[in-house]
Design a protein around this ligand. Structure first.
Ligand code: PRP
Length: 219
């Protein structure tokens, strides 16, 4: 009998792309999966248990082993630095981390204030740039901070660029490109290697297939 595998999924933006990828990899996920409010979903025929977590918490569930595997953004992996294996770039939910602010703003402070959901990533970035900053941790709507005078700059995710544009902010520095990753608990990888390897293989076939399609259509 195939072993049960617990998969931590990020609620929100990444969720639908991740579900789409799993379906393309041949997992039979029922339609109720797409808009359920349940936080634990058992897919009996696939022997998969999905837990639906806040994106920033996915590596925590996987590190503690209550989920065997998970799907997490590279932004979250960089911020959380959890003890998990990052085994596959799923190449979905592409975006990037950037520094942004109001246009033509001169900053007098010795340590400008930077608002972000990613205090560790932002601190590391500015330290590497040799810049002294004061980090202000927020949990969302980061673009509000410079508009209301809470911060001089922000470090945040840019996807389409619409939020920056509609709020009159400009991108100042590109930090790093972000995609979603397939992550694995190290102990689970030892105990359930067959079923995890099977999932990684099926997912990588889809990922490779899609990037070949993109390359071919770009030619
Ligand atoms: C993210 C991010 C930006 C926005 C970028 O926020 O923090 O605010 O999306 O997307 P865009 O470039 O396509 O406009 P999200 O909507 O996830 O919510 P949050 O503000 O609560 O973090």
């Amino acid at each position: 009998m195939k072993e049960w595998l617990t998969v931590a999924m990020p609620k929100g933006r990444i969720f639908h792309e991740a579900v789409d990828l799993l379906r393309k990899a041949g997992y039979d996920l029922p339609p109720e999966f797409d808009d359920s409010r349940k936080l634990i979903l058992n897919i009996e025929n696939e022997r998969l248990r999905f837990i639906l977590a806040k994106p920033m918490d996915v590596p925590t569930y996987v590190e503690h082993g209550v989920a065997d595997v998970g799907i997490a953004g590279k932004d979250v992996m960089l911020e959380e630095e959890r003890d998990v294996y990052e085994v596959l770039d799923l190449k979905i939910s592409g975006c990037y981390l950037a520094v942004a602010g109001l246009p033509e703003q001169t900053i007098q402070d010795v340590a400008p204030k930077v608002a972000t959901k990613y205090p560790n990533v932002a601190s590391k970035y500015f330290r590497e740039q040799g810049e002294q900053v004061e980090i202000i941790k927020l949990n969302g709507s980061i673009e509000l901070a410079p508009l209301i005078g809470l911060a001089d700059r922000i470090v945040d995710i840019v996807s389409t660029g619409r939020t920056l544009k509609e709020n009159g902010l400009v991108e100042l520095e590109h930090i790093i490109g972000i995609t979603s990753r397939f992550i694995v608990n190290p102990a689970s990888y030892r105990l359930k290697d067959k079923v995890i390897d099977d999932m990684v293989e099926r997912l990588s076939e889809v990922v490779e297939g899609e990037s070949n399609d993109e390359n071919n259509s770009a030619e």
